[in-house]
Design a protein around this ligand. Structure first.
Ligand code: SAJ
Length: 401
């Protein structure tokens, strides 16, 4: 029976390991955090992702998925560890290297070694050299490929099986071997290429979205000054058969789109002008929103000779999730709180408690507020009615007015 090892049991490693295990492949998930390992071995999960708890419980109960703190010999090894930044947005591949070194003594002829972590261009070739430097007898006898994930948080289980995948081999045989393995659990089309193109493809996808969101955000700044409804404008422009503008918001959050473009700007600072500028625009947007809120508060106080009650609606990094990682909405709330900590009602319908923010129910907060600032387009907020008696700052298109 085929055996797979996953190095890293995070937002991508765990769901992928669980799906692989559910296809009858004996799977061992490795994580340096013993709490994560214990949690998973109890059939529970440490991250939030719809339906993942059920799948993990099922495959752990069946004995197909087991978590451990060290890898074991296997047929297929997956590297799914984080690639954070060091210093000023310089990608750090230390975890990828460290995970590879743990696997090195276990590698044997015929093994397939796959990197899924988002990586700077050339990382797979670097890791290939590392492997063959340490184990020269394996040269030409194992298969190495880079296969980026492209799933959307909140819809991971569906997209893992249904999305097309890019499979970048260090040579043709490696790409073929990786395609053969992914076809056991992916229904989408598997597109073969080389490792460098696959690395660049991942960075391109997220940079493309970042640039497009920056365009929408830039329009929102222009429209605010020009007194034009940006939502109506975009809707109308998108009636053109070849125009498809995204939605402006409070900025770009999460661990992917706001991060991956820096992998390109760090390595190609001269060439990646547009990508770098888009990052600047998207980073500026939450500051702009916070200033708008603070100005509205000041104007209210001057006009009414009392401080306003302000509802700050939404903390998550995007609609209808409970994930606050790198959230522009959270950044705005913190910014406003620093200058005016009183009379603020913080709302996040997708979480029940927060260690820093005292949360208020969205209906109650909206009712009490003199100023309502919509930071995330959660579905709940769309049930609220426009109220002429309030100052409404709609940064994410709840009312589209
Ligand atoms: N956003 C806007 N306006 C839009 C769309 C999004 O402001 O019109 C904002 C969101 O509010 C959020 C941010 O952008 O703050 C990112 O959200 P997202 O839903 O676009 O993407 P992520 O970060 O959840 O997931 C992305 C996806 N990449 C692409 O769509 C190109 C996903 O497929 C990747 O797998 C994931 O990054 C990743 O792991 O790299």
């Amino acid at each position: 029976m085929t055996k797979a090892v996953f190095m890293g049991l995070g937002y991508i490693g765990l769901p992928t390991a669980a799906i692989v295990a559910s296809k009858g492949i004996e799977t061992v998930g490795v994580d340096i955090n013993p709490n994560v390992v214990d949690t998973i071995n109890q059939g529970k999960i440490h991250i939030v992702e719809p339906d993942l708890d059920k799948l993990v419980k099922e495959v752990v109960d069946k004995g197909m998925l087991r978590a451990a703190t060290a890898p074991v010999p296997a047929d297929v090894f997956f590297i799914v560890v984080p690639t954070p930044f060091k210093g000023n947005h310089e990608p750090d591949i230390t975890y990828v290297e460290a995970a590879t070194r743990l696997i090195l003594p276990l590698l044997r002829e015929g093994n397939l070694f796959i990197i899924e972590s988002t990586c700077p261009i050339g990382t797979t070739e670097k890791i290939e050299h590392l492997i063959y430097n340490e184990q020269p007898e394996l040269k030409g006898k194992i298969y190495i490929a880079y296969c980026p994930e492209r799933v959307l948080p909140g819809n991971v289980l569906y997209e893992l099986e249904h999305n097309d995948r890019i499979i970048g081999g260090v040579n043709k045989d490696s790409a073929e071997k990786a395609v053969a393995f992914y076809s056991k659990f992916v229904m989408g089309t598997l597109h073969k290429t080389n490792a460098r193109t696959a690395e660049m493809c991942k960075l391109t996808e997220n940079s493309s979205r970042d640039v497009q969101i920056a365009f929408a955000n830039e329009l929102s700044l222009i429209c605010a000054k020009a007194e034009i409804n940006v939502w109506e404008l975009i809707e109308l422009a998108n009636k053109h058969p070849r125009v498809n503008i995204l939605q402006p918001g409070c900025g770009v959050g999460g661990h992917c789109i706001a991060v991956d473009p820096y992998f390109l700007t760090a390595a190609f600072p001269v060439e990646s002008q547009l990508i770098a500028k888009s990052r600047e625009i998207n980073n500026y947007k939450p500051l702009w929103c916070a200033e708008k809120i603070k100005n509205a508060m000041l104007e209210y106080e001057l006009k009414h000779a009392k401080k306003p009650v302000v509802a700050l609606l939404g903390l998550a990094f995007k609609p209808n999730i409970d994930d606050l990682r790198e959230s522009p909405a959270k950044q705005i709330v913190q910014n406003v709180m620093q200058s005016e900590p009183e009379n603020l009602l913080v709302v996040e319908p997708n979480i029940s408690t927060h260690p820093i923010f005292k949360l208020t129910d969205y209906n109650k907060a909206y009712k009490q507020a003199n100023i309502a600032a919509f930071l995330v387009a959660h579905n709940e907020f769309k049930t609220l009615q426009w109220d002429d008696d309030k100052i409404i700052l709609d940064f994410c298109g709840i009312f589209k007015r």
